[in-house]
Design a protein around this ligand. Sequence first.
Ligand code: CP
Ligand code: NVA
Length: 308
Amino acid sequence: MLKPNKLANNNFLSSLDLSTDEVLHIFDLANNFKNKKLNIDLGNKVLGLIFDKSSTRTRVSFQVAMTRLGGTTIDLNPTTSQIGRGEPIKDTARVLSRYCDVIAIRTFDHLDLEEYAKWSAKPIINALTDLEHPCQALADFLTIKEEFIDFKDVILTFIGDGNNVANSLILCGALLGVEVRIACPKGYEPNSLVIDKANQIYKNKNLLKITNDPNTAVSGANVLYTDVWSSMGEENQKDEKEKVFNGFTIDSDLLSKADKDAIILHCLPAYRSKEITDEIFESQKSRIFDQAENRLHAQQALLSCILQ
Ligand code: CP
Ligand code: NVA
């Protein structure tokens, strides 16, 4: 029977904390969990959840994943714990890692996540920062693998802001050798260090493309992916971003330029008639809710490796 392997890195802060083989192993485990071919009881392990930003999918999928692994979660709501009062991260991390077996953190500054990891004696999982959303990328590529069986010749086009979700798609795409095209307005390109790291990983050097033209980016693409234009913490930029991102909506016109069997992904939550039309969101091509479900299976697989 398939067993979770121990991961080389203690933490999962970035998509690059996993090797290609580890990502594929997680997909294998996730598929087995999803199809009820695998049942692992880790025995009362505790996952602490620190969410400095709102969450539906990440929070609930982690809670359900831990329950299915025979463990439990503690929601360390920053407003009712001392975290929101400004207790230093290095103190919080040292205390919580004496109670919990693993901690998942959603916060703003990626450096704060790294600070938690520096001081915690237990593994830290990135549940989204402004820089990366690596748990999301695992579920995304699991969904793509379910559709296309392998990643060979798959073209993934992301249309939107080149921030956390796009950065993790780029890095995980590089690990898997998937052609990733990012189309974003000028000034909203992905992080330059992320681009450099991805280009170092890709064996074929022309597989990552960054452009400001969504029309060329979708040409022949197999997967069209988008995310909100204004991320959490950017609420005050909403009006300005809606102007800048005009023309970056996934609609029937853009979809008609993609491969005829292309699928649509969105990490959710979505704003219809902003980054995606309701017609495309609800279309037969959408795999958005399979993708959301796969958050659970991918994270159950990840946790089974981290906690085994
Ligand atoms: N996609 C995602 O991370 O959703 P939540 O913000 O609801 O967790
Ligand atoms: N880019 C979005 C992703 C939400 C899951 C945000 O950071 O708000």
